[in-house]
Design a binder for this molecule. Sequence first.
Ligand code: NHR
Ligand code: GAR
Length: 195
Amino acid sequence: MGNDKDFGVVVLISGSGSNLQAIIDARLPISLRAVISNKANAYGLERARQAGIPTEVIDHRDYASRADFDAVLQQHIDHYQPELVVLAGFMRILTDGLVEHYRGRMINIHPSLLPKYRGTNTHARAIEAGDAVAGCSVHWVTPELDAGPVLLQAEVPIHPGDSADTLAARVLEQEHKIYPEAIRRIASGEIRWQQ
Ligand code: NHR
Ligand code: GAR
């Protein structure tokens, strides 16, 4: 492992993992140390295996509380001593304790032009509101949901006749460009947490 690979990254997923795939395919000068999913059937786990990245499943349903789940999740992440934790379609809200532990070291990609449409169902809400543009945002994770500082965004047009699915596909294409780019900039020191 060369020095350029010493920027350790752990990726958290819950589903398809197409953003994970984009990060793998970008061949960034980082070390993808592990992919952790809260869902055993997440297709992203298969993508990680194909790429030779260690995988772990921590099923939130095995824990009595969010705090219990997060304590175990934190232990497993810390085992890999990552410089950066990347949420890529990770669908569990994280408790303040875990988020504080990774303050300035955890990012998320969210499928809206934040601060618009925090939370879920972003595409349907943008169409319903009659917006002309939609997009995606990479942001630092802070305790308040989808409210941390934005570090990169991309816009796409909303076309007449768009459904949430057709819009989501257009936005996802941009996600696959800006998420690897955001990680590249953080790893190179071009972007850092300031607060
Ligand atoms: N946790 C904190 N504290 N802060 C953020 O900014 C977070 C976070 C955890 C996840 C991703 C986020 C998104 O990009 C994210 C940002 C899940 C939900 C949610 O409602 C909302 C936002 C995000 C992720 N999750 C439900 C829950 O009860 C479960 C939904 C499901 O399983 O489908 O945790 O949008
Ligand atoms: C992406 O669109 C991502 O922005 C979104 O889920 C999709 C995951 O796709 N994230 C959230 O909605 C987080 N709440 P992927 O698993 O193929 O990367």
